[in-house]
Design a protein around this ligand. Structure first.
Ligand SMILES: *Cc1c(COP(=O)(O)O)cnc(C)c1O
Length: 427
């Protein structure tokens, strides 16, 4: 109870403290489920590290071309083993999730191929990669790739329509696991499995690609195990565990990873070159910590869905299955959205004295407010929140290196909102 006492001493409203205690105890059994998943993923990761005979000398690195960097090769072996793929490309010079995804698309698709998203409009940053937004120079469409997407139906994949969209030229199908900036929950592994089975039953040669950003280690299985041919994600999200300085990963069929590696470096060089810049240790230590970091973030996300009890729409809802670490809350009030983001910033370990303001971010039509004060810039496995300043004033909340940190931030948010008179918390 010392945690509650210190909050009360800091002037937190006793009703907020009481509310938080009740919410937390109502979530205990779900927390247990998450812990089982985290334990299971920890076993997978530990085994992969042992089977690869990871050694302390693997953290050494080379210079120049980076030939025969044993650490780089171990990292990729370990990723293959965890994601159950034939091969993997995991590099610090993949600059972001968008870069990892873009590498997959550009290395596999050719002019004349048809590329189909079956999970509606993809994540914002991919629209310029595909060429449906902005100046399309150098985009997939510019290179002659034909693109189409199947709209979601009530937030679900429209399985029945897939057959109508697939053509003889359909080379690749994309599935986005996580919410992104949309208003649907993440697709679960079992929903993704059904969709992959449907695609493969129409044409087994179609390459299924899963954008796995934010999904890693939130379920027992990962997409390759249920039929995906290739997956990609970012190391400053879940699998970097908050420690990786930068990087992206791509896991999948060997022939496809070869193509991707030829695109990242050059044909003939592929995976054989590329410096690790000494961050093999952070990449692997972060990976090792990732299941428990993801666990903390997931508990924080579920906990933040307590806003449902206060009358706000939450996606996913408290009862929904979860397959990523994102929580969105519709505030329908610009003031509440601002308070939420500001309190997240004030509760951060770094840059806590900054006050976030809505601003005109390049590429967005409305002003956006963003809060993040992490150890790694832009890392969204660390506590962060953001939202566009437009109806219905939805905040997207994610990350948190520890559950305690998420909880402290949420207490402060609830307290500030209650004191502003904009929400009611009654016992
Ligand atoms: C974050 C994200 C991306 C892009 O990652 P960046 O690292 O921000 O470029 C792509 N897809 C989804 C679903 C994401 O959540």
């Amino acid at each position: 109870m010392e945690f509650e006492n210190i909050l009360l001493q800091e002037g937190v409203d006793p009703q907020v403290v009481e509310f938080v205690r009740e919410m937390e105890s109502s979530m205990e059994s779900e927390f247990k489920n998450y812990e089982d998943i985290a334990d299971y993923c920890q076993v997978k990761i530990l085994r992969a590290m042992q089977e690869s005979k990871l050694a302390s000398t693997d953290f050494n690195w080379t210079t120049g071309y980076g030939y025969g960097d044993p650490g780089r090769e171990k990292v990729e072996e370990i990723y293959s083993s965890i994601f159950k793929s034939e091969d993997a490309l995991v590099r610090p010079n993949i600059v972001s999730g968008t870069h990892a995804i873009s590498l997959v698309l550009f290395s596999i698709l050719r002019g004349g191929d048809h590329f189909l998203s079956i999970t509606g409009t993809p994540y914002d940053t991919l629209l310029k990669v595909i060429g449906t937004k902005g100046n399309s120079d150098g985009s997939l469409i510019d290179l002659g790739v034909e693109y189409s997407e199947i709209p979601l139906v009530n937030g679900s994949i429209d399985l029945k329509s897939i057959v109508d969209y697939i053509k003889p030229s359909t080379k690749m199908v994309e599935i986005q696991r996580s919410t992104g900036y949309s208003d649907r929950r993440a697709f679960t592994i079992s929903e993704i499995k059904e969709a992959i089975e449907e695609v493969k039953s129409i044409n087994k040669d179609i390459i299924v690609f899963v954008d796995n950003c934010y999904g890693e280690f939130t379920e027992y299985l990962e997409p390759v195990e249920i039929g995906a041919d290739i997956v990609a994600g970012s190391l400053i999200k879940n699998p970097g565990g908050g420690l990786a300085y930068s990087g992206g990963y791509i896991c999948g069929r060997e022939d496809l990873i070869n193509k991707v590696a030829s695109r990242l470096t050059a044909p003939g060089i592929g995976k054989d070159c590329g410096l690790t810049f000494g961050i093999t240790r952070q990449i692997l230590q972060g990976l090792f910590l990732s299941p428990s970091t993801v666990l903390g973030a997931r508990k924080g996300a579920l906990f933040s869905a307590c806003f449902e009890k206060l009358g706000f729409k939450c996606i996913p809802s408290v009862e929904d299955p979860r397959s990523d670490i994102i929580q969105s809350i519709e505030f329908k009030d610009p003031e509440l959205l601002k308070i939420f983001c500001r309190e997240v910033q004030f509760a951060s370990p770094v840059d806590s004295y900054f006050t976030p303001e809505p601003w005109d971010m390049p590429g967005y039509t409305d002003k956006v407010i963003m809060a993040a004060g992490g150890f790694i810039e832009g890392s969204s496995i660390e506590l962060s929140a953001d939202g566009p300043m437009r109806e219905p004033y939805t905040v997207y909340f994610q990350g948190g290196l520890t559950y305690s940190h998420c909880k402290i931030a949420l207490v402060k948010i609830l307290d500030k909102m209650k004191k502003s008179g904009l929400i009611k918390i009654t016992p």
